[in-house]
Write a protein that binds this ligand. Sequence first.
Ligand SMILES: Cc1ncc(COP(=O)(O)O)c(C=O)c1O
Length: 542
Amino acid sequence: MAGPQGIRHGRRRFLLGGSADGDVRSEGLLTSGVRLDRPYPEVVRPEPFRELDWDPKRARELGERALDLWQELLERLPELPVSPGLPIEETKAALALEVPAEPLPLDDLVAHMREVVLERSMYPGHPAFLAYVSGAGTVPGAPADLLAAAINQNLGGWRLSPAATAIERHLTEWFALRFGLPQTGGGILVSGGAMAGYIGLKLARDRKAGWDVRAEGVRGHEPLAVYASGEVHSINERALDMLGLGRQALRHLPFDEDFRVEVPALREAIQKDLEAGVKPIAVVGSAGTVATGAIDPLPELAEIAKEHDMWFHVDGAYGGPAVFSEELRPLMAGIELADSIAFDPHKWMYTPHSGGCILVRDLEHLRESFSIHEFATYVHRDEERMGSDVDAIDLGPQFSRGFQAFKVWISLLAHGARAYGQRIAHDVELAKYLHRRAEERPEFEIVAPTTLSITCFRYVPADLAEGPGRDDYLDELNERLMTEIQLDGRVFPSNAVLNGRFVLRSCIVNFRTEAEQMDLLLDVAAELGSKLDAEMRPASLR
Ligand SMILES: Cc1ncc(COP(=O)(O)O)c(C=O)c1O
């Protein structure tokens, strides 16, 4: 409401004149853009400064050179080493140019970009990249990212990003439906699984603590507890630390030989906490653990959460996209019962980093946990005159936000949903092929079931004697072997630690990987493994 005397905004009143309480002039600050305790400066009309405002021709010239690099990368990718294997000091020294006072000539600029793109990077999109859970990066995602940067939308508010907000809303609602959430479901894109998990657990804290945690914090109340398998990703523990609950609020539950959480142990842990005056607020189920891809018994976890009026969060950061495959979808049964789901397009939807997603059963829950409408006077919203829509500043912890949804959306449109589902299922087939091939070869031992696209195994020399220290030696050997394979650069797996034992791990979230790379992984592991074994094996195990 505006009038000659002032503007009423929320709970406060801002005066444009007069000297009533709250008049900014009384503090000698700006009123109408002028400092009142100084005379007016002489006003000189500034000349335009255009150096940063490149004309479209110059912009295109740089853009085309960048496109050339992109094309060369796509052409040469299969032949490039997965990792340059260069010492980090050398990389730093090569790239840490002095920032010039004047523009770098175009050729020098492109040469620098070329060094980054083609010589000194490691490639999650390389067919032989099998490490961690880092998606390959869809091809259509790259130009979408360029255009997202070109229009430079700020998705904090819908008025700053009408098309982008419309796309993000539509995309997240579509995701929510694919996960089986109701029509009220939706979400937002965030940096990745860590942030999505943090948001899911903040919702749990805010909705289930039983007091107004947003206003009062957690001091002076009973302690809160969250339950998850010992195999849950460590970001969930850190989220509790960031939420002020402390890492110890996470109860790590035992898991079975398939690395799935033990349901009776959950019941026991809740009972123990209740007796000790601790309030159980959430159960976290994993839909694809980071180490082995195990899927917790989600329906049972949902049921227990409901029984105790707890929040049910599913960490599907890695495995979630299995719902896009008709064949794999049944494995995810129960995910539709979640109150919130973390899942990462930048993992198994292959889109370029970064872009994760938090989905909720009811979008309103995000708003209730994150709204700053009441106290963000800086953002004036006249919904009556401008219309209203969702402002994402009220749905998550960020204020300004980029258009991460575009690369995900354009990739989906460009590929179509069918190809996604089929490729995801194909990745699982490849992981199972690797599993079977490793089982067949005498120098490898399979150490976990292959449920999704992760295969875990270790190198065990066929003639290794039984005896004390055998497992410790195998840990040492496989640890060195993983590093040597990564340094070798032909193929790039990572590791897991399962029941305290170090193992090799291949995770396919890569649409360029095929059976050839599975064979290569075992061949390279066998070749380097036997060399290392010859050097390292103690006499007692010969
Ligand atoms: C199951 C799971 N949760 C969470 C994360 C963290 O996701 P991000 O790295 O996108 O933050 C990962 C990463 O691998 C994961 O596999």
